[in-house]
Every structure is written in structure tokens, then in C-alpha cells.
Design a protein around this ligand. Structure first.
Ligand code: AP5
Ligand code: ZN
Length: 216
């Protein structure tokens, strides 16, 4: 299956993509994670992307399209994938169509998660990420040990640079200005599934499974 998880920052795309990835046994391709890895390793891409990410702006389309083309053409994506964080602009969505055509593959569904801004700000300011294993937590729903170590691997938990209130507001603005329009593009293709993203993580996962015809 080939899926896109779509929605504003902090809506729960990464959280749900992980669950779907395990259930369907297909890779979770997160452009945000790929960029953060590049920043950490100070690669050419990382050096270029960092200033955009720290401001909550989008990395230029040509850079992102190049990255996604490479990963979707790779062996690990040959049996399907879940895209999280791409496409984020109309040119990215159109370029993705061309990549699918070249690879002779078809997109099955675009799952759009919907959550109000107030809840998004609450979720993102309380998000913590493990520096070692990448696990994502939330201070409001997960029990975090007092020593601030990852319950799974003991790694250090940190707060993303772009998870501060001012940058979150800019990310939401950028979403409205450049990304939301992509929803219409997929609605017209008839493959858009909209899901209310408020509620327990597992309940939302169930709703996603049902919407794309996957049985428990
Ligand atoms: P990216 O990493 O993609 O950030 P994002 O879209 O802002 O999304 P997030 O990772 O913040 O949120 P999420 O929806 O995955 O939520 P999560 O599951 O973690 O991109 C970062 C930057 O990279 C961009 O700003 C841009 O600069 C650049 N970039 C990336 N892709 C690009 C592209 N294609 N083009 C150009 N630039 C690009 O959940 C959030 C929190 O809520 C967590 O703490 C979680 O535990 C909690 N939570 C999850 N579900 C629930 C629930 N149901 N109830 C309560 N809490 C919940
Ligand atoms: Zn960890």
C-alpha cells in the first residue's frame, strides 16, 4: 500500500505513521526525520536545511523533490510506503505524481488528520523526543522519568528547536499559506480520507484502518 499522511504540524502524523508502518509492514518515510538526521550529521543538505527548519519555514521544493525521488526509487520502498511530511506544496504534489508515473506505481490514499490549533500548540510544546532512538513522547500523556531519560532506551530526551510557541505559530501560518491547498488536489482525485485527530492514539489508528479498508 502507498499512503500519504497529511495534516498540520503536530497533528499526529508521525505517531500514526509508526503504527501503520508496523501494521502494514511498510517503511515510514518522514521528510522531517530525514532532514533532522542530515542536520545532526552536518551534511551539505543539513547545513542548507537548518535555517529554514529553525524558522519554521519550508525547505525549497527542488531540494525536497530530489530527496523524495531518491528514497521512493530505492529498494526499501518497493512494496509500499507511508509518506509523512511530503508533499507540502502544490509543486511537490505535482512532482510526486510524475515520480509515481516514472516508477509505474499508484498512490492508494491520502489520510488527512484534523485537529484545532489550540490542541496543536498544546501537543507541540509538550513533545519530547529521544536523541538516541527517536521515540516521541508527550508530557501530557506519557510517564517521563524524573531523570528525563527515554523509557525505551535510556537516551536523553530533548525538545525540538522548532517546538517553541513563536515558531509553532509560524509553522501553522506556513501550513495555511502553502500546504493546505494540497488537500483540494487530492480531494479532486477522490483518494482523500479525512479523520478527526482528537482522541486516544489507538482510537484514531482504528479510524484510519477502517477508512482504508484494513481489518483488525
Ligand atoms: P516535520 O518534522 O514534518 O514537522 P511537522 O509537519 O511540523 O510535523 P511534526 O513532526 O511536528 O508533527 P506530527 O504531525 O508528526 O506529530 P507527532 O506525531 O510528533 O518537518 C519539520 C520541518 O522540516 C518543517 O518545518 C520544514 O522546515 C522541513 N520540512 C519537512 N518536510 C518538508 C517538505 N516536504 N517540504 C519543505 N520542508 C519540509 O505528535 C505531536 C505530539 O503530539 C507528540 O508529542 C505526540 O506524542 C502527541 N500526540 C500524538 N497523537 C496524539 C493524540 N491523539 N492525543 C494527544 N497527543 C498526541
Ligand atoms: Zn530512546
Amino acid at each position: 500500500m502507498r499512503l500519504i499522511l497529511f495534516g498540520p504540524p503536530g497533528v499526529g502524523k508521525g505517531t500514526q505513521a509508526q503504527i501503520l508502518s508496523q501494521k502494514l509492514n511498510i517503511p515510514h518515510i518522514s521528510t522531517g526525520d530525514m532532514l533532522r538526521e542530515a542536520v545532526k550529521n552536518q551534511t551539505e543538505l543539513g547545513l542548507k536545511a537548518k535555517s529554514y527548519m529553525d524558522r519554521g519555514e519550508l525547505v525549497p521544493d527542488d531540494v525536497m523533490i530530489g530527496i523524495i525521488k531518491e528514497v521512493l526509487s530505492s529498494e526499501k520502498c518497493k512494496n509500499g510506503f507511508i509518506l509523512d511530511g511530503f508533499p507540502r506544496t502544490l509543486p511537490q504534489a505535482k512532482a510526486l505524481d510524475e515520480i509515481f508515473e516514472e516508477l509505474k506505481i499508484k498512490l492508494d490514499y491520502v489520510i488527512s488528520l484534523e485537529v484545532n490549533d489550540e490542541e496543536i500548540i498544546k501537543r507541540l510544546t509538550n513533545r519530547r523526543v529521544c536523541r538516541n532512538c527517536g521515540a516521541v513522547y508527550n508530557l501530557l500523556i506519557d510517564k517521563i522519568p524524573e531523570d528525563n531519560k527515554c523509557p525505551r532506551c535510556g537516551g536523553e530526551l530533548y525538545q525540538r528547536n522548532d517546538d517553541n510557541p513563536d515558531i509553532i505559530k509560524n509553522r501553522l501560518k506556513v501550513y495555511r499559506e502553502s500546504t493546505q491547498i494540497v488537500l483540494d488536489y487530492y480531494a479532486k482525485k477522490g483518494i482523500l480520507k479525512s479523520i478527526n485527530g482528537i482522541g486516544e492514539i489507538n482510537t484514531i489508528a482504528q479510524k484510519i484502518f477502517e477508512s482504508i479498508g484494513i481489518k483488525e
